[in-house]
Design a protein around this ligand. Structure first.
Ligand code: NAD
Length: 263
């Protein structure tokens, strides 16, 4: 059976780790060629060795516009074009309170989390138009929907990603380019570990937290994994979501439902 992304070319930022890596693995298994855009050169080289026909690594700091331009150009030269752009690279911080965040802190967070996807979209569009359209997916967060899931600058930036995705969808959908956001819940990756100040393996921590209903009321009693977000990205990347644009898909095991009761 043909893969759901057969013949498609995708660029994934933050592809060396966590959600980006899980999505790269799924996209490749579904037949896509992938530009793995990240700043972790060793991991990028390992991905090229692991998937010699399907993956090319682009060193791409999403705060550097020239890097993004070069990564899109690599998609065109190596694989003939670009159909799917997953703007996913991210960091988190521990600057919790409005009184703590410095002016430079705001710039740092917004440069990576908002300006990065903005420039990613800007430079993906001309390449996608040459192919007659495409799908852009931006990683936001439940922190962008509700207060209390992350530091204030991070959460505000992620709210910006949700709305920027809507605005871009309105602009680009008439040209055949769909734009959607994904809002992951608590996903076992290194970002989650860093945000929560965890020292043990993030997945183990996640499993323990989820099992303690009093602390985190996540109705689905399993740890959120990168693969759970990858499946959402696959849906939004593929033609199965041809009628879906300007939305945000919450993938959080129900944690934002907000009820601690089972009745
Ligand atoms: P991760 O740390 O495993 O992966 C992040 C990746 O982004 C890394 O490979 C890192 O090298 C890369 N990166 C960081 N700064 C970069 C830059 N300037 N340019 C290019 N690449 C850069 O974490 P993750 O959880 O997989 O994070 C992926 C996305 O998911 C982020 O946008 C994050 O905010 C979002 N998210 C994560 C969670 C969670 O619980 N893990 C929840 C909601 C949203």
């Amino acid at each position: 059976m043909a893969g759901r992304l057969e013949g498609k070319v995708a660029m994934i930022t933050g592809a060396a780790s966590g959600i980006g890596l899980g999505t790269l693995e799924l996209f490749v298994s579904e037949g896509a060629k992938v530009i793995a855009a990240d700043v972790q050169d060793e991991k990028g080289a390992m991905l090229e060795r692991r998937f010699p026909d399907a993956v090319r690594y682009a060193r791409c700091d999403v705060t550097a516009e020239a890097d993004i331009v070069a990564a899109v150009a690599l998609a065109e030269s190596a694989f003939g074009g670009l159909d799917i752009q997953f703007n996913n690279a991210g960091i988190s911080d521990r600057m919790g309170a409005i009184t703590e965040v410095t002016a430079d802190g705001w710039n740092w967070i917004f440069d990576i989390l908002v300006r990065g996807p903005a420039l990613g979209m800007k430079h993906a569009v001309p390449a996608m138009l040459k192919r007659g359209g495409g799908s852009i997916i931006n990683t936001a967060s439940i922190a962008g929907l509700q207060a209390g899931w992350g530091p204030i600058a991070y959460s505000t930036a992620k709210a910006g990603v949700v709305h920027m995705s809507r605005c871009a969808a309105a602009q680009l959908s008439p040209q055949g380019i769909r734009v959607n956001a994904i809002c992951p819940g608590l996903i076992a990756t290194s970002i989650f570990g860093a945000t929560m100040g965890m020292t043990r393996d993030a997945a183990d921590q996640m499993a323990a937290l989820v099992a303690q209903n009093a602390q985190i009321a996540q109705p689905v009693k399993k740890p959120g994994l990168p693969q759970d977000i990858a499946q959402a990205a696959l849906y939004l990347a593929s033609d199965a979501s041809a009628f879906v644009t300007g939305t945000h898909l919450v993938v959080d095991g129900g944690i934002t439902v907000g009820s601690r009761h089972s009745w």
